[in-house]
Design a protein around this ligand. Structure first.
Ligand code: K1U
Ligand code: ZN
Length: 175
């Protein structure tokens, strides 16, 4: 198991469309272990493979509360097969855009089809925070970030802030 670095805005890899997983082999199982370790350490409630630089259609999630046992879930090649007309607003954050939280409106309920690590197909109905988290993570697999769902003015301010910080960090690293 290894802790991986999380890509931070404006890293261009966050805009890649991830590729479906063709075969669930030892490499995929090792990546998923690393993703759980990285997600729990961050800490986060979800993590998409592209956030650790792997453009594969995989995300991990765990929405257990602090005082509850862990409930690790892995979603491989996830697809939203139904979304409700009803919409909900939740505050979202992103491990690739640290310390920024904004309200995002999305379908309140979704039905998701995905593979587990054994290659078995599952379909679940999700609502509440799980529905929000699943949609946020599937967005990552399509190169979409939660700031794409907020006003252009707010989004541009956030991108500017992170671009400036990345430029300053690069300058410092160059000595
Ligand atoms: O994908 C990510 O960047 C992870 C992100 C998932 C997410 C959060 C909120 C709404 C939708 C999706 C996070 O986990 S940000 C951190 C966070 O929300 C959190 C961390 C610790 C405890 C509780 C929440
Ligand atoms: Zn995110």
């Amino acid at each position: 198991m290894a802790l991986r670095d999380i890509l931070i805005l404006p890293d261009k890899r966050l805009r890649l469309v991830s590729k479906p997983v063709a075969r669930i082999d030892a490499g995929i199982r090792a990546l998923v272990e690393d993703m759980f370790e990285t997600m729990y350490a961050a800490p986060g409630i979800g993590l998409a493979a592209i956030q650790v630089g792997e453009p594969k259609r995989i995300f991990t999630a765990d929405l257990a509360k602090k005082d509850e046992p862990r409930q690790p879930q892995v979603f491989i090649n996830p697809e939203i097969v139904w979304a409700s007309e009803e919409r909900n607003v939740h505050e979202e954050g992103c491990l690739s855009i640290p310390e920024i939280y904004e309200e995002v409106e999305r379908p309140a309920e979704v039905k998701v089809r995905y593979l587990d690590l054994e290659g078995e197909t599952h379909e679940i109905d999700a609502k509440g925070m799980l529905a929000t988290c699943i949609q946020h993570e599937i967005d990552h697999l399509n190169g979409v970030l939660f700031i794409d769902h907020i006003s252009r003015l707010k989004r541009e301010r956030i991108i500017k802030k992170f671009t400036k910080a990345a430029r300053q960090a690069a300058k410092r690293a160059a000595g």
